[in-house]
Write a protein that binds this ligand. Sequence first.
Ligand code: ATP
Ligand code: MG
Length: 369
Amino acid sequence: MTADPAAATFAELVDTSALVVTCGPGGVGKTTTAAAIGLLGARAGRRVVVVTIDPARRLADALGIPAETADDPHRVRGLGRMKGTLDVLMLDAERTFDRLILDKAGKQAEGILNNPIYRSIAGSLSGAQEYMAIERLHQLHEAGEHDLIVVDTPPSRHAVDILTAPDRLASFFGHPVYRTLVGPSRAMARVTSTATAGFAWAVKRLAGPQIVEDTLDFFSSISGMEDGLRKRAAAVSKLLRNQDTSFVLVTSPRAEAIDEALHLNEALQDGGYPMRAAVANLVHPLPPACTIDPALVRAGSALDDQLRHHGELTALAVAERAELATLVDVIESTKHDDVVFCQVELLAQDVHALDTLAQIADALSAPAA
Ligand SMILES: Nc1ncnc2c1ncn2[C@@H]1O[C@H](COP(=O)(O)OP(=O)(O)OP(=O)(O)O)[C@@H](O)[C@H]1O
Ligand SMILES: [Mg+2]
């Protein structure tokens, strides 16, 4: 990818941001990039925390994330002498939800936390994981123990889900079924509202009457939190648009990933989110030029095979660069902010150890070719 000479460098981005959010299509290296950005920040002297989601177990081990207390910030050791510090935590959507309830629900908290309905939806409520990723960053931001927070985002079916999660959670409280269930005439509504009656009948058949009672109790107990949650969602929404927030769009050079990245770029620009960097990861290295004259090579020989392989790899690397050039052009034509472009090559092995993570960090901070 070619860099705009006026654009800031990745080092500047890490230096000037208070919050970095890595986002992009599934499997392109969002978690890896988030960890590498954290490393860059710590090298630059910042107190960094990386909020990861579901990192490969071996990467989690390399970072020293303990299995039990994974959702509290944990100091990464073994990085050599660094000016700053690097903490990581692994997001646990259910536990973050619990923290939120404890924080907002006051006396009702215990009732909610013990409610079987709450327990079953806490980890799986639609969009809960996306919402929790940013909810947790809000908690860390308020705690003020770090000066750079890097948030990894979950593999969403639609990558834009992460941006709309706070608004969706707020609109959940405006949903007619929810309003009916918790409304002032709840007892009447149970009998008269078709929506509620239908709902209750369906749930009763599936799960038994106790579950219906639990559901109604649950909805009515969380209604007291509605205001607090709405305010929190608004604060998170604002935080995501702060000037010292940087969205880093990660993609691979595959055509489908680029399509999705372009869609996300549009959503970021339209929503007023500061889109500051695009990282093309998993790019095949361009093989050195071949100086052998194919006319002199015997057909079917081992050298002939190698030449063909070299030709295929070169064609792939060239095609990937052409795809990425389109991405750069589109971002350049739609951007509101300076965007840093980086290219990170596909390494010979997965990024499951601190030394390979350091290689990714070096590639991010290298001047763009
Ligand atoms: N530059 C690279 N070279 C080699 N392997 C890489 C590189 N970047 C990432 N990987 C590997 O690719 C795999 C996917 O990376 P990662 O988990 O960071 O992607 P992700 O976008 O977070 O995925 P998901 O959408 O599932 O959360 C991991 O095994 C990681 O080690
Ligand atoms: Mg990931």
